[in-house]
Design a protein around this ligand. Structure first.
Ligand SMILES: Nc1ncnc2c1ncn2[C@@H]1O[C@H](COP(=O)(O)OP(=O)(O)O)[C@@H](O)[C@H]1O
Ligand SMILES: [Mg+2]
Length: 365
C-alpha cells in the first residue's frame, strides 16, 4: 500500500517537541513534508541550536514514520532562536537574548563560566557576543587572549573585537593601562554600559552573554532598567558561605522581575587520577540556590586545573580542549541554557518568532 501523505503528516505532527513539551503540529514546526514511494522527507524547526533536542526529535520522527509504514524518513533540522521583548528604545534590538551571568561574590568563577558558556553556545551554532561588564575587574581580555582598541568606522559605532568566532567587548579594551583599578561611580558606569549596549556594533546575535560585576550593584541595576534581559544565570560554589550572597542576587532579580534561567555550580568536585570524586568545598550549594531561585540547576562544573590554566592562557577550556570533562560540563550547561531560554520566552511571551529565516543546524564535533 502506498504511503499516505495525510496519515504521515498526522503521525509526525503528534511527535512532541522535547524542549516545549508540545506537539509539533501545535507548534507548527513541521515543514515541507514530501513523500516519494514509501520514503519521505521533512524539515523540523527547533528554537535553539541544542543538539540533544535535535537528536531526540529526529529519532522520534523516524520512529513515527516507520510506524506509519514508511521505510525511511529523511529529517532536516533547522533552528531559529526566539527573541526577548524589545521596546522601541531598546539599545540593541538585534540582540535576541541578553543573558547576564551573575554571582553574589567574586572568585566563584563567574567570568570563567561566562566565557565558556558563550563558547559552548557558539560551538552549537549560535551567533554569540560576550560583553565584559565587570568594570571593577575586567578579565575577559586575559581569558580570551585578546587585547586592542576597538575601532569605529563611522565615528559613531564601536566595532567589537572578534575572537574564536565571537564578538567581544570589554571595558579592559578602553583602559589606558589594563591593570589600573577602575574607580567609577554611578553616572559614569551607566554611561559606559549604555555605550556598550547601544554603540557597539553587535549586529544580529542569538545570545549576548554579560559578565557582570559580583553582587547587586549599579551595573546590574542599570542593565535591568535599560532593557528587557532574557534572564540571568547565577553562579555559585557548593559551600554555604557563598550562598548567602547568592540569595541577595536572586532577591534582586525577583524584585526587578528578571527571570532566573538557572544556577551553575562551579568548582563542584575534583576528579582524581583514579576517577574518584572529591567534594572539596562541600556539596548541595547549587541545588539549594536553585531551589531558592525556583530555577533549575543547569549543571555542575568540576574543579579542574585545565580550566584555570587555559583561562590564564587566553583560550578557555571549551575552545582549547572541547572533549575534556570540564569542557563537556560547560557544553552540557550551554545546551540546557539554550533550552531554558526557549522555555522562558514561551512562558513569558508565547514565543514570538524572529523576523528572519531559520538556519541549518551545524555538524557538531
Ligand atoms: N572549575 C574551575 N576549576 C579550576 N579553576 C577554576 C574553575 N573556575 C574558575 N577557576 C579559576 O578561579 C579563578 C577565579 O575565576 P573567575 O572566573 O575569574 O572568577 P570571578 O569572575 O567570579 O571572580 C580563576 O583563576 C579561574 O581560572
Ligand atoms: Mg570575573
Amino acid at each position: 500500500m502506498a504511503l499516505s501523505r495525510e496519515a504521515l503528516q498526522t503521525a509526525l505532527g503528534n511527535v512532541v517537541d522535547p524542549v516545549l513539551n508540545k506537539s509539533l503540529s501545535t507548534l507548527k514546526t513541521l515543514k515541507d513534508l514530501t513523500v516519494d514511494g514509501d520514503t519521505a522527507k521533512v524539515t523540523v524547526e527547533l528554537f535553539s541550536p541544542a543538539s540533544g533536542a535535535a537528536e531526540t526529535v529526529k529519532r522520534q520522527l523516524v520512529d513515527a514514520a516507520r510506524a506509519s509504514g514508511a521505510s525511511a524518513l529523511d529529517v532536516e533540522v533547522i533552528f531559529a532562536v526566539r527573541t526577548r521583548q524589545v521596546a522601541s528604545d531598546d539599545p540593541c534590538p538585534e540582540v535576541k537574548n541578553v543573558i547576564p551571568v551573575m554571582s553574589g561574590k567574586g572568585g566563584v568563577g563567574k567570568s570563567t563560566v561566562a566565557a565558556n558558556l558563550a563558547l559552548a553556545l557558539h560551538r552549537a551554532g549560535a551567533r554569540v557576543g560576550l560583553l565584559d561588564a565587570d568594570i571593577y575587574g575586567p578579565s575577559v581580555p586575559t581569558m580570551m587572549g585578546i587585547m586592542g582598541r576597538p575601532l569605529s568606522r563611522d565615528g559613531k559605532n564601536i566595532e567589537p573585537l572578534e575572537r574564536f568566532g565571537m564578538k567581544i567587548m570589554s571595558i579592559g579594551f578602553l583602559l589606558e593601562d589594563p591593570k589600573q583599578a577602575v574607580v567609577w561611580r554611578g553616572p559614569m558606569i551607566q554611561g559606559a554600559l549604555q555605550q556598550f549596549l547601544k554603540d557597539v556594533a553587535w549586529g544580529k546575535l542569538d545570545y549576548l552573554i554579560l559578565d557582570l560585576p559580583p553582587g547587586t550593584g549599579d551595573v546590574s541595576l542599570t542593565l535591568f532598567q535599560r532593557l528587557k534581559v532574557t534572564g540571568a544565570v547565577m553562579v555559585t560554589t557548593p559551600q554555604d558561605v557563598a550562598l548567602i550572597d547568592v540569595y541577595k542576587s536572586v532577591s534582586m532579580c525577583q524584585k526587578l522581575n528578571v527571570p532566573i534561567l538557572g544556577v551553575v555550580e562551579n568548582m563542584s568536585y575534583f576528579l582524581d587520577s583514579a576517577g574518584v570524586r572529591h567534594e572539596i568545598f562541600g556539596r548541595g550549594g547549587g541545588a539549594r540556590a536553585a531551589e531558592f531561585a525556583k530555577a533549575p540547576l543547569l549543571g555542575q562544573v568540576p574543579l579542574d586545573a585545565l580550566v584555570r590554566e587555559w583561562g590564564d592562557n587566553g583560550t578557555p577550556v571549551v575552545q582549547a580542549q572541547p572533549a575534556s570533562p570540564a569542557a563537556l560540563a560547560f557544553r552540557d550547561i550551554g545546551e540546557r541554557l539554550a533550552d531554558r531560554v526557549t522555555q522562558s520566552l514561551f512562558e513569558q511571551y508565547g514565543g514570538a518568532a524572529p523576523a528572519e529565516a531559520p538556519r541549518r543546524l551545524p555538524i557538531l564535533r
